[in-house]
Design a protein around this ligand. Sequence first.
Ligand SMILES: CC(C)(COP(=O)(O)OP(=O)(O)OC[C@H]1O[C@@H](n2cnc3c(N)ncnc32)[C@H](O)[C@@H]1OP(=O)(O)O)[C@@H](O)C(=O)NCCC(=O)NCCS
Length: 212
Amino acid sequence: MQLCDAMRAENWYPRGLFRSGSPTTPGRRGTPMGFKSATIEGCERSEVAIFAMQVRLKEPTDQAWVESVLRRCWGGSDIVVRGCVYKAADLPALIAGTQEGLCTFAIESDGMSAELVTINALVPAKGIGTALIGALVSRLAANGVRSLSVSTTNDNVNALGFYQRRGFRIVAVLPGAVDQARKIKPSIPLVGYRGIELHDALVLTLTIPKSQ
Ligand SMILES: CC(C)(COP(=O)(O)OP(=O)(O)OC[C@H]1O[C@@H](n2cnc3c(N)ncnc32)[C@H](O)[C@@H]1OP(=O)(O)O)[C@@H](O)C(=O)NCCC(=O)NCCS
């Protein structure tokens, strides 16, 4: 078994695995990062062996930490997504590194689609979010899930870029969706990143290739 096969089997995802070779600069767009990347298959980059991050499923002993992250980052476990309330603390979750990142997700009843309910990198721009998405997509693909959706808010331009760089496409813009969600969860703030008023949601979907 080659190194990268071993890492994949153990759900090890290198930091920056899905990054393009050069940084994105104005006027020069980086390569969109998919999950069929030759970089993964070929393990061409030396950094693969150097910066690895383990992603694993939540275990019972993580529960208190999961709840504290949800409280701190989301004001609690109840997450309103397009009118549905997910109890994120009760959902399956992936944890990156030594509790450096968390995502919670739900596989919908059709078994074909999934919702990324929350994602948080506790240390930004170190590849934690990428590792979580990569591990989640692999896991979903292995279970026959064909699409992963996520909703983000109108202020979250960082997340909007992050998801699109990882192959997600915007499939809906929902004006007033955050205002509606606030009626269900009044603790949703009025103002978000960079002082932008929080009103609307954007839905992004990633098509997941069939597992090989
Ligand atoms: C959105 C979020 C999950 C992204 O996670 P992240 O760990 O910061 O993301 P990554 O580090 O994997 O990638 C972010 C950038 O850092 C770069 N990066 C990755 N590893 C790096 C490293 N070792 N050194 C420097 N930069 C690195 C990536 O290239 C990426 O840039 P790109 O998107 O232009 O390619 C994170 O910003 C977050 O938790 N935000 C707050 C919560 C939130 O908004 N969640 C989404 C709600 S819908």
